[in-house]
Design a protein around this ligand. Structure first.
Ligand SMILES: NC(=O)c1ccc[n+]([C@@H]2O[C@H](COP(=O)([O-])OP(=O)(O)OC[C@H]3O[C@@H](n4cnc5c(N)ncnc54)[C@H](OP(=O)(O)O)[C@@H]3O)[C@@H](O)[C@H]2O)c1
Length: 267
């Protein structure tokens, strides 16, 4: 099994392409010859990336500045993608909040659910019919090791990622034999930029440098896994350890342990 071959009218869509893992996915897809549609809110940042990728790899790159947490803005994109030839979809855009939900901004928590979960569902449903009809397509959904367990002080994020993890792995089962690949990327910590020592997070301080994985490595192994139609890719040692702990430790035991750790992140 492989990724769909690049063709002049086919596009690989990457959400959250203006930074981090999404930017790395877009860069790796362009290096493999795929023309792109980049989606995030910061259009100017994506235009810069688009210019670089066009020059370096000779691919076509389109930019869609869109707030995916906004239902109306998202509906326009959904409508467009349903009518385009989307060969690959990477649902990557996501945000996280920390601390007790009771103290967080309800509007931002709702936006997090819209972006992390509902937009993933909407975009997937927009492109699935054409992929199934062509008997060719590939969908990479970015969930998280956080979606494997209850996490007090990270409740909305953990719940939205549980949705992405379960939706992706269920969908993959439905699509067996259709020619459409679905892979879940469920990482633990990925270092998307070098932290400033002055305001490094507790995770930055606790995890030694050699255990971190980069966005670039994550993008490469995830697209390889998608080409092989693997169910789930969990890159890096910490991610694998978090994954095993989250999947096999009783939830009543794991919740207070991770909750205490995430309380520090919330502070
Ligand atoms: N890094 C990690 O350690 C880690 C671990 C597990 C899972 N993940 C998951 O990996 C994905 C990427 O994370 P990252 O670390 O690369 O994050 P990041 O660098 O903060 O990138 C997030 C991307 O999402 C976009 N985005 C945010 N809000 C948006 C909105 N309302 N509409 C459209 N786009 C929006 C951002 O672009 P704009 O600001 O331009 O909109 C940006 O391109 C996320 O789903 C995250 O949950 C990350």
């Amino acid at each position: 099994m492989t990724l769909p071959n690049p063709t002049p009218d086919a596009r690989a869509v990457v959400t959250g392409a203006s930074s981090g893992i999404g930017e790395a996915l877009a860069t790796e897809l362009a290096a493999r010859g795929h023309s792109l549609i980049l989606v995030a809110r910061r259009g100017e940042v994506m235009e810069e990336l688009a210019t670089t990728l066009r020059h370096k790899h000779g691919v076509t790159v389109e930019v869609r500045a869109c707030d995916l947490s906004d239902r109306d803005a998202r509906a326009e994109l959904v409508e467009e993608l349903a009518d385009r030839h989307v060969s690959i979809l990477c649902n990557n855009a996501g945000i996280a909040t920390f601390g007790p939900v009771s103290g967080l901004d309800p509007a931002y928590e709702r936006a997090q659910v819209e972006l992390n979960a509902v937009a993933v569902h909407d975009l997937t449903l927009a492109v699935l019919p054409q992929m199934v009809e062509r008997r060719s397509g590939a969908i990479l959904n970015v969930g998280s090791a956080a979606g494997n367990m209850p996490i007090p002080n990270n409740a909305t994020y953990a719940a939205t990622k549980a949705f992405v993890n379960t939706f992706s792995e269920s969908l993959r089962g439905e699509l067996k034999g259709t020619g459409v690949n679905v892979t879940l990327l469920a990482p633990g910590p990925v270092r998307t930029e070098t932290p400033d020592p002055a305001d490094a997070s507790i995770v930055d301080k606790l995890v030694p440098d050699f255990l971190w994985i980069s966005s670039e490595h994550t993008a490469k192994v995830s697209l390889d896994a998608l080409a092989e139609n693997r169910m789930r890719i969990v890159p890096g040692l910490i991610s694998k350890a978090m994954s095993v702990a989250g999947n096999y430790t009783p939830r009543a035991i794991v919740a207070p342990i991770v909750g205490t750790f995430y309380k520090k992140l919330g502070g």
